[in-house]
Ligand binder design. Structure first.
Ligand code: C5P
Ligand code: MG
Length: 225
C-alpha cells in the first residue's frame, strides 16, 4: 500500500527535458492552485550539500554526469518532504511560507496537493513511487526542442552555479532524457495521463496555457481547482 492515499493527496508530475521550464512554471502555479512544489533535483542538491549525508559524493557524481540517481534515494527524499508538508498544513519544503489562506482547506486532515517537478525520470522511479508513496493524478509534460533548452541552460549557467549547466553535462542530460526519461512519458501517455504544453513560447504564454490545461484536467477528473 502506498504511504499516501490518492483520494487525499493529489500528485501531479511535471516532466520535460532539462531547461524546458519546469521549475520556472511550477513556481508560477503554486499560489493559484494551492500546490506545494517539490523539485526532485533541488531535493537532491540539498541532500548533497547536507553535512553528514552519506550520499553526498554519489549524488554529486550522478548530477555532473547527467545520470539518474538510484531511485530509493530520490523517493525517500520526496516522501519525507511530502510528509513534512502534510504535517505542517502546506508549509513549503524550503521554509518559504504556507499555501495561501484560500487554499488552506485543501491542506487539512491529511489532505494536500503537490507539483512534483523533474520526477519520475526513469521507469523504476515511476513504479516505485506509485507503489510505495502515492499514485499520481496526471502528468504535465512541457515540450521544448533541444536547441531552445540548450540556449536556456547556457544562459542559466552564467549565474546558476550548477555543476551541470555546462555544455558537456547538458549533452549528457539530453541523452539521458531521450533514452531514460521519455519512455516514462510514453508509459503515462498510453494511460491517457499526459497533458502536454508547448514550452517554447514566451514564459507568460506558457504559464497561461498550463493554467488552462490544469483547470480543464481538474474539471475532467472532478476535482476542485
Ligand atoms: O531536474 P534537475 O535538472 O534539477 O535535475 C538535475 C539532476 O538531478 C539530473 O540531471 C539527475 O542527475 C538528478 N535527478 C535524478 N532523478 C530525478 C531528478 C533529478 O537523478 N528524478
Ligand atoms: Mg529544475
Amino acid at each position: 500500500m502506498p504511504t499516501f492515499d490518492k483520494k487525499d493527496v493529489t500528485v501531479i508530475f511535471v516532466l520535460g527535458g532539462p531547461g524546458a521550464g519546469k521549475g520556472t512554471q511550477c513556481a508560477k502555479l503554486v499560489d493559484e492552485f494551492g500546490f506545494v512544489h517539490l523539485s526532485a533535483g533541488d531535493l537532491l542538491r540539498s541532500e548533497q550539500q547536507r553535512e553528514g549525508s552519506q550520499y553526498g559524493s554519489l549524488i554529486a557524481e550522478y548530477i555532473r554526469e547527467g545520470k539518474i540517481v538510484p531511485q530509493e534515494i530520490t523517493i525517500a527524499l520526496l516522501s519525507n518532504a511530502m510528509k513534512a508538508a502534510l504535517e505542517s498544513g502546506g508549509a513549503t519544503a524550503n521554509g518559504g511560507g504556507t499555501v495561501p489562506e484560500k487554499h488552506r482547506s485543501k491542506w487539512t486532515d491529511g489532505k494536500g496537493r503537490f507539483l512534483v517537478d523533474g520526477f519520475p525520470r526513469k521507469m523504476d522511479q515511476a513504479v516505485g513511487f506509485d507503489e510505495e508513496v502515492c499514485q499520481s493524478r496526471f502528468v504535465l509534460f512541457l515540450h521544448a526542442s533541444e536547441q531552445t533548452m540548450l540556449e536556456r541552460l547556457l544562459e542559466r549557467g552564467k549565474t546558476s552555479g550548477r555543476a551541470d549547466d555546462n555544455e558537456e553535462s547538458i549533452r549528457k542530460r539530453f541523452r539521458t532524457f531521450e533514452e531514460t526519461s521519455m519512455p516514462v512519458v510514453e508509459y503515462y501517455r498510453k494511460d491517457n495521463k499526459v497533458v502536454e504544453v508547448d514550452s517554447m513560447k514566451p514564459v507568460e504564454q506558457v504559464t497561461e496555457d498550463i493554467r488552462k490545461a490544469v483547470r480543464e484536467t481538474f474539471a475532467r477528473l472532478g476535482e476542485e481547482a
